[in-house]
Design a protein around this ligand. Structure first.
Ligand SMILES: O=c1ccn([C@@H]2O[C@H](COP(=O)(O)O)[C@@H](O)[C@H]2O)c(=O)[nH]1
Length: 236
């Protein structure tokens, strides 16, 4: 499927940043057929959530396993090889060359797609500087995207602010997945590089990751459906 063929509703990935499998399953049941793509990250994975990946895949849902792996290449390759058996669609690793190379090797010919996290959406220029980087956000995102492309990584995680320049670098060969999505009026929290769903899609994002604005809402299904409607409108 080309990125242009992805249905608007399938472009929303709801982050199941919830404290237990029971809480996640209740959220999934409440969202029903509205949401087709879920993200399992640290909170749920380390609360016994990994078996949920296969369960969701068996139910026809897609799962983005957001483990943001980073280790020596051999360890990453071995970890990814194990993860290929879980049934996830996407897996994140940090965008360091040894890490990305190991992940692509470990993935082998499996269907799992490797996404490289370029610069976390909670980071701005000052945060990068404090972490010892001399490049600014956009320069580092672009440099990492180029390395990821050369190494055979399947997609990139960035903020929507960088999507326009990333598309020029990687074309439509790589999926562009963007957290840092905030519907108008919702709390920013710790995110620093943010955009509304409609603007992120207009900028060229393939998938939008949304956590707290959906899972902490009084009516998560209504918020998810409103985001999907905004996506559809932006796609025209
Ligand atoms: O750069 C990144 C990479 C991953 N994330 C993850 O996305 C969700 C966003 O949740 P919100 O509640 O909508 O802020 C969360 O699970 C992060 O771990 C990211 O935000 N930025």
């Amino acid at each position: 499927m080309t990125p242009a063929e992805i249905a608007p509703k399938d472009r929303l990935i709801v982050a199941l940043d919830l404290p237990s499998v029971d809480a996640a399953e209740a959220m999934i049941a409440g969202l029903g057929d509205s949401v087709t793509f879920y993200k399992v990250g640290y909170r749920l994975a380390y609360a016994g959530g990994l078996p949920l990946v296969a369960k969701l895949a068996d139910q026809g849902k897609k799962v983005f396993l957001d483990l943001k792996l980073h280790d020596i290449g051999n360890t990453v390759a071995q970890g990814v090889e194990s993860i290929t058996r879980l049934g996830a669609t996407f897996l994140t690793v940090h965008a360091y060359p040894q890490t990305m190379k190991g992940a692509v090797e470990g993935r082998g010919s499996a269907k799992l797609k490797i996404l490289a996290v370029t610069v976390l959406t909670s980071y701005n220029e000052d945060d990068l500087h404090a972490a010892g980087y001399r490049l600014g956000v956009s320069e580092l995102v672009e440099a990492r995207a180029q390395q990821a492309q050369v190494l055979g990584v399947d997609g990139l995680v960035s903020s929507p602010e960088e999507v326009g320049s990333l598309r020029k670098i990687v074309g439509h060969q790589m999926s562009l997945v963007t957290p840092g999505i905030r519907p108008a009026g919702s709390a920013t929290g710790d995110q620093k590089r943010i955009m509304t769903p409609g603007r992120a899609i207009s900028a060229g994002a393939d998938y939008l990751v949304v956590g707290r604005p959906v899972v902490e809402a009084a009516d998560p299904k209504a918020v998810a459906e409103a985001i999907q409607a905004e996506i559809a409108q932006a796609l025209g």
